[in-house]
Design a protein around this ligand. Structure first.
Ligand code: BTN
Length: 236
């Protein structure tokens, strides 16, 4: 895959801009700051200096539901390669948030465009908290940064390159869904604990058993009924 990086000082959202400029597959658009960074579920993503904000345009032919998972895995592998942190503290809050302990380091917003039922492209927008010293107060998903955790400032370009190496490695292996899902399963946040998931307009509460072969959440409720959740948001 030919990777082409484009840098901006400031943009509204790298996800929006990469779409506006009609990018080819393998384009990576990076901004120092975003004025209207987009998060999941219509929320905004605080994008101050010090964080890494980028979007990748890809045209997957299969298993696009695994794209969020491979982004989370790529962030985890990147952190483990570049820093000596307590590995057992790093987890993936399904489908792609990366946590250190109970604080969020990174999130991914995947936006897909279809023509009929054919995929035209996926935009993989990634935010990683790297050199920020502090964050405003958040009500949920309390953020932290690599600098706050490790006490060290790290080079954002190194993080980007390591992420991209990992991302495209997994991307070439999208057909091998078992391996990808197993890796995420081993890193799953709140596994075997009671969680609440918001899905299809309602909240479901139960024990998080893990992921099924499609990468969906398996939740066992208090009546021992198993729920398979393909899309939704873990609330707590
Ligand atoms: C989340 O809510 O966890 C997803 C956050 C995704 C943020 C990134 S920052 C780069 C890209 N551009 C955006 O506007 N959003 C994504």
């Amino acid at each position: 895959m030919q990777i082409k990086k484009i840098y901006y000082q400031e943009i509204d959202s790298t996800n929006k801009e990469i779409e506006r400029i009609n990018s080819s597959e393998g384009t990576v658009l990076i901004a120092e700051t975003q004025t209207l960074g987009k998060g999941q579920s219509g929320r905004s993503w605080l994008s101050e200096k010090g964080g890494l904000y980028f979007s990748i345009l890809v045209k997957p032919k299969e298993n696009i539901h695994l794209i969020p998972l491979i982004s989370g895995l790529s962030v985890v592998n990147t952190i483990n390669k570049l820093l000596i942190l307590e590995k057992s503290n790093i987890s993936i809050k399904w489908p792609n948030d990366v946590f250190y302990g109970n604080k969020k380091i990174s999130g991914t917003l995947v936006e897909s465009k279809f023509k009929g039922n054919k995929i035209e492209h996926c935009i993989v927008g990634v935010g990683i908290n790297i050199n920020q010293n502090k964050f405003p107060e958040f009500d949920d998903n309390i953020p932290t940064s690599i600098k706050i955790i490790s006490g060290k400032e790290i080079n954002k370009e190194l993080v980007l390159d390591e992420y991209l190496n990992n991302f495209f490695y997994y991307y070439e292996q999208l057909s091998n869904s078992n391996k990808i899902i197993e890796e995420v399963n081993n890193l799953l946040y709140m596994k075997n604990k009671i969680i609440t998931v918001f899905t299809s307009g309602k909240e479901i509460y139960g024990n998080l058993l893990g992921l099924n072969i499609d990468g969906a959440l398996i939740l066992k409720d208090e009546n021992k009924k198993e729920h398979i959740i393909y899309s939704g948001r873990i609330l707590k």
